[in-house]
Each structure stands twice: as structure tokens, then as C-alpha cells.
Design a protein around this ligand. Structure first.
Ligand SMILES: NC(=O)c1ccc[n+]([C@@H]2O[C@H](COP(=O)([O-])OP(=O)(O)OC[C@H]3O[C@@H](n4cnc5c(N)ncnc54)[C@H](OP(=O)(O)O)[C@@H]3O)[C@@H](O)[C@H]2O)c1
Length: 272
């Protein structure tokens, strides 16, 4: 598995998303993914599944340093003392003494960005998160974080898939050598029924979902975190890395309408 190097951490380019999985289903899905070779797990306090993710990690027996664990602080907890409480809760539920990446999950209208990053950086200095980052930051917020505050963010996690244009944000991140972590990389499963992707997949003996994932992972500095509870889809998503798309495929995917956003980062004024 290829990794992206960012702010001192090594991020596996394909990870397992865990949104909308909880309890035993989540635990079993994470155990299965770890068994198949996944080493990057994406969770959040808001998902209500850090305990299940932590239980799966604990029983896996995989050395901690081989795993990359991302979790996130919810937008209601962005005051400095609230971040600390949220972070302690996340670590306890995950049964870990540190995470690899701690993200601001959503921007909020009244957030104090300098104070937020100061708090996150303290957690980093204390060795309790190896890196910090953001999610759902539009170009304006990214510029504030990177150029004004000079926060050492290791990624921006945003919705990105074959049906949504993210050129502006992706170009900015690439120019600053900051990875883009694509969430909802399968457009929440919708790519599976897209005729263009199905026909490209047929040509290569692959599925539409595999085509959609490889299109993302062929882009420099992009990682992806598809969610699936099913072992066969977890394996298929790993196997997508072996697929070789050609120019004709890329042209057909480029021509798909790219105006479909399925998650609304409503707290970020002027998202574009
Ligand atoms: N930072 C944020 O604000 C934010 C927002 C949204 C999501 N995320 C993160 O990103 C992760 C991924 O996003 P998502 O879960 O919304 O959507 P997604 O990964 O694009 O799609 C998940 C859906 O695709 C299906 N699927 C997965 N692999 C497949 C395959 N090989 N073939 C066919 N169908 C397949 C899954 O079905 P089954 O489960 O039935 O297999 C599930 O219904 C989340 O789990 C979460 O960790 C972050």
C-alpha cells in the first residue's frame, strides 16, 4: 500500500471509513478490514463508534505503530476546553494513548480558528496526536488556516468523487503539499450504478466502484476512505489499487457531470 508523507506521519492512501456503522457491526467490519490488510481507519466522536473501532484494534494484535487512526472533533466542541474534553473521550473510547490524526470535523460559524489550532497543537506537543488537520474547509478557510495562522495541517478531508468537482481546493492543497483525503469517494454507493463507470469497469474486468476509487487514487496526494461493512467490498476496494485506467477512461470520467454534492458542509459560508 502506498503512503502519503505529511507533517511527520505516513498516511496509507486507502483507508476504511466507518460512518453509519456502530456496535458489533462496526467492530466486525473493522476486524475484517484489518485482517485484509487495511491499516488506516477513519472515525469521529460524532459517529458514535469509537468504542467499537477501539475494541477491534485491541483484539487485532497489530502493533500500534503499523496503524493510522484518524478521529475528529465535532463542531459543537470547538472551544478550547471542549476540544480537550472531546479529545480525552475519543482516546478513552478508542483505548489508545494517541491517535495519528485529529481533525476539526466541520467548521462552525463562530469558531475561533487561532484558539482551535493552539489547542490542537498543544495536543500534538503532548504526543497525544501525531498530527492535526481539518475537514470540510473551503478555500477561504484553508487560506486562513495555512497562510494567516500557519497551522501545520496534515490534510483537508472533503467530499470528493467522480461526480463532484474539487479542482480549486485540490489545486491549492497540492501547491501547499497538503494531502486531500476524499470522503464519500463512492458518492455514498451511487457510483456502482453509473453506466459510464460500469462500462469502463467491464473493459478491465472491474466494478464501477473500483473504477471510481482508482480514478481518485491516480491523483497525486489524494487518499480515499471508502466505507463498507462487507468483506468482499473491502477486498474489492483494496484490489482497485491494481487497476490501470487509460486515457480514454480518464476522458470519459472527466466528462461526467461534476456538480453532485451529497454532504452539505453548511457551517462553512461560501463553500465552493
Ligand atoms: N469529514 C466528514 O465530514 C465526513 C463526511 C462523510 C463521510 N466521512 C468519512 O468518509 C467515509 C466514506 O464516506 P461514506 O461512508 O459517506 O460514503 P462512501 O464510502 O462513498 O460510500 C459508502 C457506500 O458504498 C458502498 N460500497 C462500499 N464499497 C463498495 C463496493 N466495492 N461496491 C459497491 N458498493 C460499495 C457501501 O455499502 P455497504 O456498506 O453495504 O458495503 C456504502 O453504502 C465515511 O464512512 C467517513 O469515515 C467524513
Amino acid at each position: 500500500m502506498e503512503h502519503l508523507q505529511t507533517q511527520g506521519i505516513s498516511l496509507p492512501r486507502l483507508g476504511l471509513g466507518t460512518f453509519r456503522m456502530q456496535g458489533d457491526i462496526c467492530r466486525a467490519a473493522v476486524e475484517s478490514a484489518l485482517g485484509l490488510g487495511y491499516r488506516h481507519l477513519d472515525t469521529a466522536e460524532m459517529y458514535g463508534n469509537e468504542d467499537a473501532v477501539g475494541a477491534a484494534i485491541a483484539t487485532s494484535g497489530i502493533p500500534r505503530k503499523e496503524l493510522h487512526i484518524t478521529t475528529k472533533v465535532w463542531h459543537e466542541n470547538l472551544a478550547p476546553d471542549a476540544i480537550r474534553r472531546a479529545f480525552d473521550g475519543s482516546l478513552n473510547r478508542l483505548r489508545l494513548d494517541h491517535v495519528d490524526l485529529y481533525l476539526v470535523h466541520w467548521p462552525s460559524r463562530n469558531m475561533n480558528l487561532p484558539a482551535i489550532f493552539e489547542t490542537l497543537l498543544k495536543l500534538k506537543q503532548e504526543g497525544r496526536t501525531r498530527a492535526i488537520g481539518v475537514a470540510n474547509f473551503n478555500l477561504a478557510l484553508l487560506k486562513t488556516a495555512v497562510e494567516e495562522i500557519k497551522a501545520p495541517i496534515a490534510c483537508n478531508q472533503v467530499e470528493y468523487h467522480v461526480m463532484l468537482d474539487q479542482t480549486k481546493v485540490a489545486k491549492y492543497l497540492a501547491a501547499k503539499s497538503i494531502p486531500l483525503v476524499a470522503y464519500a469517494p463512492l458518492a455514498q454507493g451511487r457510483v456502482a450504478s453509473d453506466e459510464t463507470l460500469i462500462s469502463i469497469g467491464r473493459k478491465h474486468g472491474a466494478s464501477a466502484a473500483q473504477v471510481a476509487l482508482k480514478w481518485l487514487l491516480d491523483q497525486d496526494s489524494v487518499a480515499a476512505i471508502p466505507k463498507t461493512s462487507r468483506a468482499e467490498s473491502q477486498r474489492a476496494n483494496l484490489d482497485a489499487l491494481k487497476l490501470k485506467l487509460d486515457d480514454e477512461d480518464r476522458k470519459a470520467i472527466a466528462a461526467l457531470p461534476k456538480d453532485k454534492r451529497f454532504v452539505n458542509p453548511g457551517f462553512a459560508p461560501g463553500w465552493d
